[in-house]
Unconditional design. Structure first.
Length: 401
């Protein structure tokens, strides 16, 4: 087995995932094309040296369907010899793509692979692709399906947290993201998106609220109480019998935002990078995926992190910085509590509550953010993790070189 190195990372800004969002007029292929061209230009990359592009997309329908990875490779005018494959591991798809790219490299089968993801949630809303998990009543009943927000509220109830705890975490996410943007911490990897005429569409994350306040947060209605009353609370409580009722605490302000975005990571072997004239920035120490309880659905990060740490021969205290995706405020809060990690080392530049969660891309986004911040702070090790639909978890450990 050879070592898989990270050579470069690029991402688009994250645009509000509505028709009035700044990236609504950019097709998902256009977002990936923009990043492929940027990756080529900033590295003077001979694209014929790249073996494959592995792209995550959670809702692969319409413009995002039919193997968008290969379509984008051709649209970006990369070498025809570069293959492309699209996959979905729900919210973990972007990080799964990087891990698959790393596995291809570590196996020796390939030398340079691009991993990443894309999601245009303004054009193709979450759930547009259906699936038995959502649409088949027999599967719903057998697996005890509830919407993720109900699961998040159940976790908060079980952990003894209150809405004020969730809101405080969310406010801190916005403030950290605003401060990081002002300090230029995102500029190293962020690639502005222009339209076909060259006019700027977006050059900064669109949903950070610099002026978020506790008062404004407190006025937001819980988003999942009505769903719970429809019968989903009862479904969850049949499994979690120690809880009398679920306290609904998550809302639009302390849950991840719906956004458009894309991200890519260039992964390669030592020889593959040298042949392309590239200098490695980090190596992947370990990666792991696990399955977790599918009704509550959001508890996968803790066991995934423990599995990856064991593979790397490390403990949680050996990790300098953490990126725990903010699908809901309770997820990073619980993961950090479970692992004994100080929240001062978690999502130091804010997270998806402030900047949004472009489903197929987020895992690659947070890994790239982690890499950039390790360099910014001259630190060595980082871990990125996400909860995953269907009850799964994923984790990846990187170390600077």
């Amino acid at each position: 087995m050879s070592t898989a190195y990270l050579y470069d990372h690029v991402r688009t800004p994250r645009g509000k995932g509505k028709k009035d969002g700044r990236l609504y007029q950019a097709s998902p292929v256009w977002l990936v094309r923009t990043l492929l061209q940027a990756l080529q230009q900033r590295n003077a990359l001979d694209t014929s040296l790249v073996d494959d592009v592995v792209l995550g997309c959670v809702t692969p329908v319409g413009e995002q369907g039919a193997d968008i990875a290969r379509t984008a490779v051709l649209d970006a005018e990369w070498a025809e010899t570069v293959a492309g494959v699209t996959q979905s591991r729900f919210c973990a798809s972007g990080l799964e793509s990087v891990n698959l790219a790393a596995a291809k490299v570590a196996s020796g089968f390939e030398d340079l692979v691009v991993g990443g993801g894309v999601e245009s949630m303004s054009r193709w809303p979450m759930g547009s692709d259906g699936g038995a998990w959502f649409m088949d009543p027999r599967i719903n009943q057998k697996l005890g399906f509830v919407p993720q927000g109900v699961g998040a509220d159940l976790i908060a109830t079980l952990e003894g947290w209150h809405r004020a705890d969730m809101d405080a975490f969310a406010l801190h996410s916005h403030r950290k993201a605003a401060a990081a943007r002002a300090a230029g911490h995102f500029s190293k990897s962020l690639v502005p998106v222009h339209d076909i005429a060259g006019l700027l569409l977006l050059d900064r994350d669109e949903t950070i609220r610099d002026n978020a306040t506790p008062e404004a947060m407190s006025r937001l209605e819980p988003s999942f109480a009505a769903m719970g009353a429809m019968g989903f609370d009862a479904t969850a409580l049949r499994k979690y019998t120690t809880v009398e009722r679920i306290e609904h605490m998550h809302h639009a302000g302390n849950s991840s935002g719906i956004v458009d975005g894309a991200a890519l990571m260039l992964v390669g072997s030592k020889d593959g990078g040298a042949k392309a004239g590239l200098k490695p920035r980090a190596r992947i120490r370990a990666a792991a995926v696990i399955g977790s309880e599918p009704t509550i659905m959001l508890t996968g990060p803790t066991p995934a992190c423990r599995k990856a740490l064991a593979k790397a021969g490390m403990a949680a205290g050996d990790i300098d910085l953490w990126e725990i995706n903010e699908a809901f405020a309770v997820v990073p809060m619980k993961t950090a509590r479970d692992l004994g990690v100080d929240l001062d080392r978690v999502n130091v530049n804010g997270g998806a509550i402030a900047m949004g969660h472009p489903l197929g891309a987020t895992g690659c986004v947070i890994l790239g953010t982690l890499l950039d911040e390790l360099e910014q702070r001259n630190l060595a090790t980082g871990l990125a993790t996400l909860c995953v639909g269907g009850g799964m978890g994923i984790a990846t450990i990187i170390e600077r070189v």
